[in-house]
Design a protein around this ligand. Sequence first.
Ligand code: XMP
Length: 525
Amino acid sequence: MSQTSHDRLLIVDFGSQVTQLIARRLRELNIYCEIHPYQNVSDAFLKEFAPKAMIFSGGPDTVTREGSPRPPESAYKLGVPILGICYGQQVMMQDLGGKVEGGKISGGGGTAEFGRAFVTPTDEKLGLLDDWFADDKEQVWMSHGDHVSELAPGFRVFGTSPNAPYAITADTDRNFYAVQFHPEVHHTPNGKKLYENFIRAAGFTGDWTMGAYREEAIRKIRDQVGDKQVICGLSGGVDSSVAAVLIHEAIGDQLTCVFVDHGLLRQNEADEVVGMFRDNYNIPLIHADESELFLGELNGVSEPEIKRKIIGRLFIDVFQKHANAIEGAEFLAQGTLYPDVIESVSFSGGPSVTIKSHHNVGGLPEKMGLKLVEPLRELFKDEVRALGRELGLPDSFIGRHPFPGPGLAIRCPGEITREKLEILRKADAVYIDQIRKHGLYDDIWQAFVAVLPVRTVGVMGDGRTYDFACALRAVTSVDGMTADYYPFSHEFLGETATRIINEVQGINRVTYDITSKPPGTIEWE
Ligand code: XMP
């Protein structure tokens, strides 16, 4: 448990897939909160934590099962407001004397319900619902098998849906609120308002900011690491950079960064990254130029998965070699974000097929016997950017498009040669320059050039050319999971094609990739 002078909200986690989203909504409202699994929430814990309010999350279990997850009885006696969501609602009802039944799959009046639903108000007013029910009904997201069939004493109904007669209930004397739906998800468009009303009822001042997050995170890193050494793999991306700067602020020279240059970086990338870290932060940094090794092993390889496997394996070997040179390293820092945590859970647990084997340093900690430091694990990408700004990283760096671990290798379909990489670097630099000049960089999730394994015939001046074709790619996306191609104007495309052909020797044809994801992927391999 961390120490903080701010009012604290406790989220008791009963195992919902979306508990972190509750925390995110609260952070957006400048509320300090911590998520703790229900097993850890004992009487003693509650006493020490002293929450100003609590939220009980959803969860996959059923309260009708003997031994199902519950909070300690003392939770209800603290005299603080509680909001129960979905499973959390059912927990409250069952614990406080109401009844919950298993869901029927069809039929009205309290059944299983998954997906969008509309809640309508009852006649009574409730502070939690201020500014809700704009059109006398409000869209919410339901996801429940069980339902409350009898309210606990003291509770009254304030909102109903066709399948959830007790969609919103409250005991206004005790400030206990219970909702059947998930206000934290995107599909409950006005859900944030409920949290806002709840925390107002609980008397929070909303004084918790990214600056405070930074202080908290620093304290946690110091507690975890003590006087031990930490190594951090820098990729030049936003996440690992923010993690490194934050950790450096916490433990100074106990952190060493390793930047592996695999020879597949963009124009000037290695110099920019290394320069930024050396000049601005004075962080001990090993710049491992291993391009000979990587390009040597990739020589003649054209199959995308084999390329990815080679790069992944070499990366681990090289990182390990340099990390071993750092005496007493016990921790490995990673810029893991919350979406990576969800994705890796569903990836390993689900039946999904591997589309591309992602390159990361996932195997390292076990292999090297290192413990992980992951200070961004609770954050979403935009929050990491906000933290980066808070730490003083330049805006131009924070807003950079994502860049994949295997780098230009997967933007060079077919065999990778130094010649093609050089052409690719130059074309990419012109393309990005165009995008910046036209003020489009921040509207685009990711933009890059792929150099194609095709030579085409052209005519320049009076002569024949026989050079490579390239494809421009630019997509919009929220999280990289799905994407749409960016609708550039014809003027922009024409101007860019002309510039690339004039400025980059080796390319005589430019195409624009208008595939969305799915069915395409963002990268070409
Ligand atoms: P795809 O091509 O799968 O890419 O649609 C989705 C996002 O992931 C990035 N990407 C990677 N990032 N290691 C990474 O760190 C990888 O191996 C990798 N492959 C793809 C890609 O650039 C896009 O942002």
